[in-house]
Design a protein around this ligand. Structure first.
Ligand SMILES: Cc1cc2nc3c(=O)[nH]c(=O)nc-3n(C[C@H](O)[C@H](O)[C@H](O)COP(=O)(O)OP(=O)(O)OC[C@H]3O[C@@H](n4cnc5c(N)ncnc54)[C@H](O)[C@@H]3O)c2cc1C
Length: 509
């Protein structure tokens, strides 16, 4: 059965931010686009859910670069999002708070001068290192053209292999021998699931810089980004369909995709196809035999970032204060070590935030607590599936597993926030399987493919594929995160549009 009997200019598989951003860009250039999303809700990691009338984010807790004039602000202006989004600026004097087991607490403040000033209070003898760190952060970001709209040239990626090969841990260790300062500078490495041996410095720099220049929460949830984008796409005659899982494709005689096949048996015809699904999942959808063997092998063997276990807590009314900052709590004295845990010492670190709600400014309605979890831990239930669009039951022992993990996290929270247990109304959680089933990658990885400074070329994914009318978009193209994915969508669309004109439109928005 042919879907709508139309041939679209662009068929986009997946409505994560990457898919929606491409749809917006292409629809605003007059192309007929359709977005096919397998879930009951659009947005991918921008999806929210509610429990006890509280809205919880699934995969976006705060975003950076949103101060006026900064790059995401400008991209969001182009998307018509500024003025529509309900944003809550995090504490300028400490939006991220790094806490260690001995009670020591350090703040990351917004704005470079404020950031330096705040750190210097705790590390008065480290002015040279702190200055060098900030200079290097800014210089690194300047080298990524699209992160710096003012000097846009041809691509976003550097051919500067020397820069891509710098290791984040090594660089920080090279500017100061003060272990505590090293830990504080890398204390938010959960933002990119940092690995001591392999995380590139540029990943650290692009992510950290973005938060230093405007860190905000999305009040009442991140889904508002997807909702506003989808409204605009529809206003431009683009189409978006939910519960439409793409499972295969048909090809014409010259090896181009003619249509995609949905799990319902329907087909959708198009001239160009853009996949927002993980590259490895994309290969499964479009058929291994359509790609070069070496490419398939490389993509399928690339390691993905750690997954997570997230505890979502609903508080009793007016019992816990709203915290206008995020907490990175470490139970280990090496922040790079928290990703390597055993059953006995889990969790070695956690990220906690109280989501911003329009209903209450003073009190927190809820808290989300995120810890690393290897997908191996949920392997036992790997053959189960459970989403709203595709209901299933993972069984009693899975519920028990989740319950035990929740309790462990809550015990740890009680140590850090004495009395918190008595304020809890209800507890909910997600596991690597939740992410696997809702997002569609194989391990429930938080941030997609791991970038490796030891092998930067091998771990970078081109938006073009061997199939002439199939392109990729999403967090694996440039970088994960709202800013990285937005930039990735432009890189994907550069294939079809004049890049200079497009970037000028962004600049002039
Ligand atoms: C726990 C967690 C916390 C995070 N916190 C932050 C944060 O605070 N700030 C930040 O900036 N970033 C954060 N991120 C990262 C950020 O959410 C992601 O990088 C970004 O949202 C990924 O966007 P994407 O375009 O790659 O699409 P995804 O969000 O990966 O979505 C892909 C979409 O494709 C759909 N799809 C897949 N296969 C098919 C198919 N066969 N047919 C139809 N549809 C399909 C999926 O259902 C999904 O909707 C976090 C991520 C996680 C997991």
């Amino acid at each position: 059965m042919s879907f709508n009997k139309k041939e679209y200019d662009f068929v986009i598989i997946g409505s994560g931010l990457g898919g929606l951003a491409c749809a917006y860009i292409l629809a605003s250039e007059g192309y007929r686009v359709v977005v096919l999303e397998k879930n009951h809700q659009i947005g991918g990691n921008l999806q929210v859910f509610s429990r006890d009338k509280c809205i919880f984010d699934t995969g976006v807790h705060y975003i950076g670069s949103l101060d006026e004039g900064e790059n995401l602000h400008q991209f969001f202006k182009y998307f018509g999002l500024i003025g529509k989004l309900k944003l809550k600026k995090l504490d300028e004097d400490g939006f991220d708070v790094i806490r260690f087991n001995d009670g020591k607490t350090f703040k990351h403040a917004q704005g470079y001068d404020n950031f330096k000033k705040t750190l210097l209070k705790d590390f008065p003898d480290e002015a040279a290192a702190i200055n060098e760190y900030c200079n290097k952060l800014q210089a690194t970001c300047l080298d990524f053209h699209l992160y710096n709209l003012k000097t846009i040239t041809t691509s976003t990626h550097l051919d500067n292999l020397d820069l891509l090969s710098i290791n984040a841990y090594d660089y920080i260790a090279s500017i100061t021998s003060n272990k505590l300062l090293q830990n504080v500078l890398a204390g938010t490495n959960g933002l990119y699931a940092g690995i001591k041996e392999s995380t590139p410095w540029y990943v650290h720099a692009l992510v950290i810089n973005s938060y230093l220049i405007g860190a905000y929460r999305l009040e009442d949830g991140g889904s508002q980004i997807a909702i506003h984008l989808s409204k605009s796409i529809r206003e431009m005659k683009g189409e978006i369909y939910k519960r439409k899982e793409v499972v295969g494709a048909n090809y014409n005689e010259v090896g181009k995709i003619s249509e995609v096949i949905l799990s319902t048996g329907e087909t959708v015809r198009g001239k160009h196809f853009i996949s927002n699904a993980h590259p490895s999942t994309t290969i499964d959808i479009f058929g291994e035999d359509k790609f070069l063997k070496a490419y398939t092998k490389r993509v399928q063997n690339l390691e993905n970032s750690s997954s997570s276990f997230i505890v979502h807590i609903v508080f009793k009314e007016k019992s816990f204060p709203y915290l206008n900052y995020n907490i990175y709590q470490f139970k280990t004295d090496d922040v790079w070590d928290s990703i390597n845990y055993t059953q006995e010492n889990w969790p070695k670190a956690y990220f906690a935030c109280t989501p911003a709600s329009s209903k209450s400014k003073k009190f927190a309605e809820s808290m989300s607590v995120m810890v690393y979890m290897d997908s191996e831990e949920t392997k036992k239930w790997a053959n189960t599936k459970n989403t709203i669009a595709n209901k299933g039951d993972r069984g009693k022992d899975y519920k028990e597993f989740k319950h035990q993990k929740e309790q462990k996290i809550i015990d740890v929270l009680e140590e850090d926030f004495p009395g918190i247990k008595s304020k809890i109304k209800s507890v909910h959680s997600s596991t690597p399987l939740t992410f696997r089933d809702y997002i569609g990658d194989k391990t429930g990885a938080m941030y997609g493919i791991i970038r490796d400074c030891n092998n930067p070329i091998k771990t970078s994914i081109n938006s073009k594929t061997k199939i002439k009318n199939l392109s990729l978009t999403g967090q694996n193209i440039v970088l994960h995160g709202i800013l990285g994915v937005t930039i990735g969508a432009f890189v994907t669309c550069f294939e079809f549009l004049d890049k200079h004109q497009l970037i000028n439109k962004v600049k002039n928005s």
